[in-house]
Every structure is written in C-alpha cells, then in structure tokens.
Design a protein around this ligand. Structure first.
Ligand code: SF4
Length: 148
C-alpha cells in the first residue's frame, strides 16, 4: 500500500524512542504476528499514531498485565472476525481463524478464503478493532479465569 502523506508517519527509530524500547522489540512484535507495519513503496516500515498507541498497549499488556506474546495472540484471536466481515457459513467451515481461534486471522491469511485473500489486513475493520486497547482490555477482562 502506498503511503501518501509521509509527514504523518514516523520511522521505527522515532517510535522506539517515544516508547523507550529497542527497535528490535518492535520488529519482533511484527514477526510474532501481533503487529502489522505499514510499508512505503520502497519497503521502508512507517508508523502512525494508531500504531504507536497499539505498541504502547502491547507494552502495558506485557509489563502490567503479565501477558506474553502467545497470550496476546490468543486475545487477538478472540475478535470475532467471521461475524464482523461477515463470512458465509461455508467460508466459516473452512476457515482456520474460525475453527481454531488460536491466533489472529491475519496470521493465517494464506489459508483464508473470500476477500480475506486480497484485502489489506491493516486497513480491515477486524485489525483496526483488534489494535484498539479498549477492546483488548475488555476481552482480557471477559477472559479472566480462562487461559489466554
Ligand atoms: S482481511 Fe485480514 S484482518 Fe481482515 S478478517 Fe481477513 S485476515 Fe482478518
């Protein structure tokens, strides 16, 4: 996806300084599937305010709530993407995100059907809902007593 207004975007080093974390930590969150970075036409990763907020939320979930990466993945998997899209019954029956619910749908993109195969996950309502810290804290509250 082309990044049109570069002045609104931050580079990874600037985000790392804002959050007082290592650049490698941000890269690791992306590798682990809990964060999707925007890329310029030349492939450089850039970050907007919503990304910074989500990264800050990830840090809180780890440092304050004691979650690990796997726990955050499982929380994200609780977002009912099949209802939000919405998917047809046939699509649900063949969708790993619906059937297993162990990790966020965008991590299984290659195995998904319908418009998930072509849609830009960063722009999708499911990802945008998932990276809202209020939604995640609500899910965390609802899942208390369950293993996440
Ligand atoms: S487009 Fe991506 S984020 Fe949206 S429901 Fe499909 S896999 Fe999930």
């Amino acid at each position: 996806m082309a990044v049109a207004e570069t002045k609104k975007w931050l580079k990874i080093g600037e985000v790392a300084r804002q959050l007082n974390i290592a650049v490698e930590t941000i890269r690791m969150y992306e590798r682990e599937g809990i964060f999707l970075a925007e890329k310029t036409a030349s492939g450089q990763r850039v970050y907007n305010e919503a990304d910074v907020q989500w990264l800050r939320c990830i840090r809180q979930l780890i440092k304050v709530k004691g979650l690990n990466i796997e726990g955050i993945r499982r929380l994200l998997a609780l977002i009912p993407c099949w209802a939000m899209k919405p998917c047809t019954p046939d699509e649900r029956e063949n969708c790993p995100a619906y059937l297993t619910g162990e990790r966020p749908c965008w991590m299984d993109k290659a195995q998904l059907a319908g418009n998930c195969t072509t849609e830009n996950c960063r722009a999708c309502t499911v990802y945008q809902a998932a990276i809202n810290c209020t939604n995640i804290k609500l899910l965390l509250h609802q899942s208390q007593g369950r293993q996440v």
